[in-house]
Design a binder for this molecule. Sequence first.
Ligand code: KG4
Ligand code: ZN
Length: 498
Amino acid sequence: MIIRPMSTTDLEAVVGIEASCAAGTWTPAMFQSEMTAPGRTWLVAEHDDHVVGFGGIMVVGREAHVMDLAVDPAARERGVARTLVWELAEAAVAAGATRMTLEVRPSNDAARALYASCGFDVRGRRPGYYPETGEDALILWSRPLPATLEAMRAARAGRELILAIETSCDETAASVMRGGSEELASVVATQVDFHARFGGVVPEIASRKHTEAIVGVVDEALERAGVRVADLHAIAVTHGPGLVGALVVGVAYAKGLALATDLPLVGVNHLEGHIYAARLQEPDLAPPLVALVVSGGHTMLVKVMDWGRYEVLGKTLDDAAGEAFDKVAKLLGLGYPGGPVISRLAAEGDAAAIDFPRAMLRSGDLDFSLSGLKTAVIQYVERERSAGRELAVPDIAASFQAAVVDVQIAKAVEAAVATEARAVVLAGGVAANPALREGLRRALEHRGIRLSVPPMGLCTDNASMIAAAAHDRLAGGYVLGLSADAVPGLRLGGVSRV
Ligand code: KG4
Ligand code: ZN
């Protein structure tokens, strides 16, 4: 795709695209006079000798007004509009503007999603702006363009400095990274001890502890990296999924810093971060991949078509794998978190001692269910106790672990084979489990598929994985505005390519 100035010979195609968009109101004569008017830049996007999109701005002083921007419906989802936005931004800055503004219909979801992911905020409303329908217009404003464009250039050249912040669960983390792979500092302050006596993460405590820790954690990351805030190109933050009260601490801090510095704000999906952890370890890791993300909060199989493009193949219908480990450990009085202690005890036990159910092993899909297994363990323990028998804790641990791991391995292999993945990425805190790692490695080796497991420090929650994902987001032109919020249910996949 190439971007070039619009000329009169493009008018027919441009008017055609304009007409095919529901909102199209421009006539050929309007385009004609616009193209030659002072302060204007009109660009077209061309693909295979066809005009597939266009856009224009009018620069007045330090403001660039986006007059119109449209993409051929047949060429959507290929990043044409996003490319046009940033090319217009370059033209705006060259003409002396520092921000862009535009009007959009409140009902135009695609346009709103595009501009929201280019860092535009809704800053006002023009009542009855659209004469045909009487609909109001929302007035959008961009963040400061020069800093955003410089950050994108730096990211594309692999030299950007990003400060990333992660507070989605019970780790307050900050990382300073250059070029998406060179870790200058990574600080993780865990709250695990504060949650231990409750046998799980208590959201209110998580939120309070993040608030207490965030300033110190960020300062320490910058200090260790030898980097000043003024050296940074962008601020990245996990904006979902996770505990809302925990996420908002990182998001509010990152927004404050972005506002104070005028730097772009990059939002990262926490699960995407877990997948990128593998690329930090193995830079040559190339899609198509399958990722098994297993943590205290998630259990899912994800197809990575490309970095940034995902499809969720399956997920747990109830408990997450780590949660099952934690609940069983609590039942056995083993403390929190349960995973490490159970896997240690399992090494001394007999995995065949108790026949716990392998839920959904042959369900024909790639979903998981773990709550039935947890119930089976509870019932087993109650039976043994009421019979007055002493619990063979290592055997219970080993048999429970085998029941979890067998299904995880079977489904991960099934997913990898079905999608012809080149490698499987094991990510999240449960990746620490030796039985899962080794079992999966063997099962894949067998089929000539590589297994990639990040080192432990990258498997559990950290901000370097967020910085790695943020690098690609920034290079791809994805930034957030300052009205962005934490999205506790943020989904992976269907990443908008408008
Ligand atoms: O990714 P993570 O650090 O935090 C979340 O985002 O949840 O994962 C923590 C989870 C806990 O549930 C913990 O019990 C589990 O990972 N875990 C393990 C092991 N080590 C940690 N589960 C099984 N075996 C382990 N060795
Ligand atoms: Zn996590």
